[in-house]
Ligand binder design. Structure first.
Ligand SMILES: C[S@@+](CC[C@H](N)C(=O)[O-])C[C@H]1O[C@@H](n2cnc3c(N)ncnc32)[C@H](O)[C@@H]1O
Length: 413
């Protein structure tokens, strides 16, 4: 993971295990659990190692994690033993000394700088302070928590109650979500994709926050709808559902493999009114369809800072340059996609970021440059006060969802 810092940790872990089929299930789980503990405490561990005068190598981080978070029978000197062919080398005298010194200390120390304590990059801290103000510690703690497993019930094929009943028949007890009218929340990590309900397209895995973006888009039967950054069609599927399979929806993206991934999902969900379009440089397709869609959803490429619960390593990989590049892309995409909205139609801009620069500030600068757009005065009837000034900003702490943002804009002329 350190050797390929641009690659998501779960992709590295999957490749590692694929190349080592001899590692059994129990060992895989144990290895993964240890690696994820180290990732979740990356900066804490580096701080402790620095204080102890040790280099923050992968091995040293692991020894420090075992010493700082001792579990019965898991003292580093008992795990680093060479009798077993695959076990790590025994501890050196210096490593033993390190483990002894760290043992029993609290992982988070009062002397740690705030960014280290919160496990965020230094450059990002002022931006997070701007977003969350006095709630910063609690919000970041919630972003570091366990993600929920949410399903969107596919109303094209079933009802929420019926889907819950079918899942229960497969041993999965799901509860209705509080905000999304179509959501079910499954406790813990359960094999949802093996259930009959999933295989037959009655439910899709989709965070409740993402479902709220679908609701905010308010795609209705008979409309012409564009999902401009559709990826593998997560939100296209949801909008096709609210359209009751009537009207026309186009899923666009610049990534062919992502759009390919949509094919199977659309089929499984029983969606008949969707078309896919691969955007290429100099695309005439968009120009020919100027001002023709009732709804355009821009689910923009973003920092993903709202999904840290799922990718604890992402916050460490994110650089200031990434943010700058993404913001430039968001501005371009918004300018191009907005031209496709018909007068009287709606543009919904969404991210899974919690940063103001990608969200509220992006919308403010778009509106300054686009006098024929304004914030929608009426928004879909979701939970009271969820939308303010036509914008919805969700967070794990306040809403129990990923950190999603949606702005609902109207084209006036
Ligand atoms: C947040 S993801 C979309 C997720 C998807 N809507 C879903 O719900 O599953 C952003 C998508 O924007 C696409 N993208 C990046 N640059 C783009 C561009 N210039 N125009 C259109 N799509 C773009 C990426 O390929 C990616 O699939």
């Amino acid at each position: 993971m350190e050797a390929t810092p641009r690659r998501p940790a779960d992709a590295v872990a999957n490749a590692f295990f694929r190349e080592r089929r001899y590692i059994g299930g129990g060992d895989r789980r144990a290895i993964s659990a240890r690696v994820w503990t180290v990732l979740r405490h990356w900066r804490h561990l580096a701080w402790w190692l620095d204080r102890a005068g040790a280099a923050a190598t992968p091995r040293a981080r692991l020894i420090a994690a075992l010493a700082l978070m001792p579990q019965p029978g898991e003292a580093p000197q008992d795990l680093f033993v060479s009798q077993d062919r695959y076990a790590p080398q025994p501890l050196s005298a210096a490593e033993r000394d390190l483990a002894t010194r760290l043992r029993g200390q609290a992982m988070v120390h009062p002397d740690m700088p705030r960014a280290v304590r919160l496990e965020v990059p230094d450059w990002l801290l002022p931006r997070l302070e701007e977003t969350f103000g006095a709630d910063l510690d609690a919000e970041v703690a919630a972003l570091a928590g366990e993600a929920t497993l949410d399903l969107r019930v596919n109303l094209l094929k079933t009802t929420r109650a019926e889907a819950a009943r079918l899942l229960a028949a497969d041993g999965i007890m799901a509860e209705p979500t509080g905000l999304s009218p179509w959501g079910l929340r499954v406790p813990g990590r359960q094999p949802v994709t093996a259930t009959a309900a999933f295989k037959s397209g009655l439910v899709e895995i989709q965070d409740e926050g993402s479902q709220i973006v679908v609701a905010a888009a308010d795609a209705r039967p008979g409309m012409r709808v564009l999902d401009y950054c559709a990826g593998a069609a997560g939100k296209t599927l949801g909008m096709a559902m609210t359209m009751e399979n009537r009207g026309h929806i186009v899923a666009c993206d610049v990534s062919e493999p992502r759009l390919e991934g949509a094919v199977r999902r659309l089929r499984r969900a029983g969606v008949h009114n969707a078309e896919r379009h691969l955007l290429v440089p100099g695309d005439r397709w968009a120009r020919r369809r100027a001002a023709s869609f009732d709804r355009v959803l821009v689910d923009a490429p973003c920092t993903g800072t709202g999904t840290w619960r799922r990718n604890p390593d992402a916050r460490l990989r994110l650089t200031e340059q990434d943010l700058a590049e993404l913001m430039a892309k968001q501005a371009d995409i918004l300018a191009t996609a907005s031209a496709l909205v018909r007068p009287g139609g709606r543009l919904v801009y969404a991210t899974c970021s919690i940063l103001r620069e990608e969200n509220q500030d992006r919308i403010a600068s778009f509106l300054r440059a686009s006098p024929h757009f304004r914030r929608a005065e009426t928004v879909p009837d979701l939970a009271p006060d969820l939308a303010q000034d036509g914008m919805i900003a969700l967070s794990p702490l306040r809403h129990g969802t990923d950190g999603f943002f949606a702005a609902i804009l109207e084209r006036t002329a």
